[in-house]
Ligand binder design. Structure first.
Ligand code: ADP
Length: 141
């Protein structure tokens, strides 16, 4: 039974949901499941880089991203489909896995990679999620 679907999206790249969203919606409608849309604000990796950003950068980025996600849900989730969103911070694939655990996802639905990254069959985050997630992963090509 699928009751909880995690849909990780990169708000800057429509290709991260163009094909994955219809699959998630179809699963949600078939199974009466909820879609949890996740976006991750990547960390800087190096504290030296972070030092160049204003101190309130993280809080501001979270506020703005939450507003964008609210609008995204209104614009993209069809009526009658239960959906909410999460905004997490950190390394993308790790936060996708943490988000999947948080919402007790039965399945993660995600696009394989950006179309312009033709050398990849699987992008770096999609590959790591497939390798490390405890849940089933539907990689949409
Ligand atoms: P690419 O480098 O080609 O974009 P990725 O593996 O990073 O390949 O992207 C594949 C998928 O990973 C995206 O379709 C999306 O589901 C997920 N993803 C990428 N970036 C983010 C992000 N910032 N927040 C949530 N999910 C993301």
């Amino acid at each position: 039974m699928i009751k909880s679907i995690l849909l990780p999206i990169d708000l800057n790249h429509e290709s991260s949901w163009a094909k994955a969203l219809p699959q998630a919606v179809s699963l949600a409608q078939t199974h009466g499941a909820a879609i949890h849309v996740l976006t991750v604000i990547p960390d800087f990796g190096m504290s030296m880089v972070g030092a160049f950003f204003p101190k309130d950068y993280s809080a501001r980025a979270t506020r703005e991203t939450k507003a964008q996600m609210e609008k995204w849900l209104k614009d993209n989730i069809p009526e009658g489909v239960e959906a909410d969103f999460l905004v997490l911070h950190g390394p993308i694939y790790k936060e996708i896995i943490a988000g999947a655990n948080q919402v007790k996802a039965d399945i993660i639905v995600m696009a394989s990679h950006r179309p312009e990254m033709q050398d990849y069959l699987l992008g770096p985050n999609a590959a790591r999620v497939v390798r490390h997630a405890a849940q089933s992963v539907m990689v949409v090509r």
